[in-house]
Structure formats: structure tokens, C-alpha cells
Design a protein around this ligand. Structure first.
Ligand code: GDP
Ligand code: MG
Length: 163
């Protein structure tokens, strides 16, 4: 039985892009509209000697970006419960928004180990948001770019410590 990693965060932070990068196939639907992933997706990952199952948690296609519907909450909580570690993703360009907080609270309450990913941090764009991310109380953020593959080495080291 493979260890399980859940990707959690508000819609549009880049969870599905990260999922696709880890799985190496376009299994998750990436879209410019917030929360377009309809169902949760899972994939098996071989990542520099680590093997795990990854879960991409969905947003809802018709949910406002700043709303946390019951279905979204249930789906996220179910994924966290099954997982050995959570990758909590924020948008480093946007900084921390109110919509990030209920997801962060779910992760914190679960007691599950968490790795904080400050995504969209390619170039220098994510520096402010990455500093902001300390305020979530989920540890040191890893500046990351799921689209450009930056921060992958740091993520690997962080996963190696918990898996
Ligand atoms: P999700 O709703 O959290 O699953 O987010 P998606 O993976 O669907 O991505 C939402 C948007 O952010 C899409 O337009 C992506 O192309 C974009 N995106 C994802 N990762 C990055 C990144 O590393 N840098 C930038 N600039 N955009 C990204
Ligand atoms: Mg998605």
C-alpha cells in the first residue's frame, strides 16, 4: 500500500497543475476558471525514488472562488483523512486571501503533516506572497512553480522527510 499525499487549497492556486506535474500526465483538468476540477483525481507517482499516491482535491465548477461549499469541505476533509501528508498550496502572487483560511484551518485541525507550497512563484513574482504565507502557521513555505517546475528539489526533500 503506497503512502498517500493530498493536494489541498482554495480554487485556482494551481493544485491540478501540481498534480499533473507529479503524475506526469494530464490527468487533472487545468482551467483558467477557478475551481473547474469537477471530481477528485488520483494518480501514482514515482518521484526521485519516492513512490506515493497523490490526490488532487477538486473545486466546484459553479462555486465562487471565495466560497467554501459543503461539498468542497467534505471532499477536502476526506482526502486529508486518507493522507500521510498534505501539500497545502497557495498562490504566491495573490498572497494569502480570506478564501485560503478555511482550507488552512481544516489542515491544521487534522494534525496531518503539511508541506506549504507557495505556487506561481516563478521569477521574483512570488516573494511577497511567500512571506505572507508564514502567517498561516503551517510552517515555512517552499517557493514553487508548478507550471515551470521550480522548487521541485525542495519539495522532494520535504516529502522525503515525512514519507
Ligand atoms: P486549481 O483550481 O487549484 O486546481 O488550479 P489549476 O491547476 O487549475 O490552475 C489555475 C490557474 O493557475 C491556471 O490558469 C494555471 O495555468 C495557473 N497556474 C498553475 N500553476 C502556475 C504557476 O506555477 N505559475 C503561474 N504563473 N500560473 C500557474
Ligand atoms: Mg483543480
Amino acid at each position: 500500500e503506497l503512502p498517500t499525499v493530498a493536494i489541498v487549497g482554495r480554487p485556482n492556486v494551481g493544485k491540478s497543475t501540481l498534480f499533473n506535474r507529479l503524475v506526469g500526465r494530464k490527468l487533472a483538468l487545468v482551467d483558467d476558471r477557478p475551481g473547474v476540477t469537477r471530481d477528485r483525481r488520483e494518480g501514482d507517482v514515482a518521484f526521485g525514488g519516492l513512490k506515493f499516491r497523490v490526490i488532487d482535491t477538486a473545486g466546484l465548477e459553479d462555486a465562487a472562488a471565495d466560497s467554501l461549499t459543503g461539498r468542497m469541505r467534505l471532499q477536502t476533509e476526506a482526502a486529508i483523512v486518507e493522507s500521510d501528508v498534505v501539500l497545502f498550496v497557495i498562490d504566491a502572487r495573490a498572497g494569502i486571501l480570506p478564501a485560503d483560511r478555511p482550507f488552512a484551518e481544516m489542515v491544521r485541525r487534522s494534525g496531518c503533516p503539511v508541506i506549504l507550497i507557495a505556487n506561481k512563484a516563478e521569477g521574483r513574482d512570488g516573494l511577497t506572497g511567500a512571506y505572507d504565507a508564514f502567517s498561516l502557521g503551517l510552517g515555512d513555505p517552499i517557493p514553487f512553480s508548478a507550471e515551470h517546475g521550480e522548487g521541485v528539489g525542495e519539495l522532494h526533500s520535504a516529502l522525503q522527510e515525512v514519507l
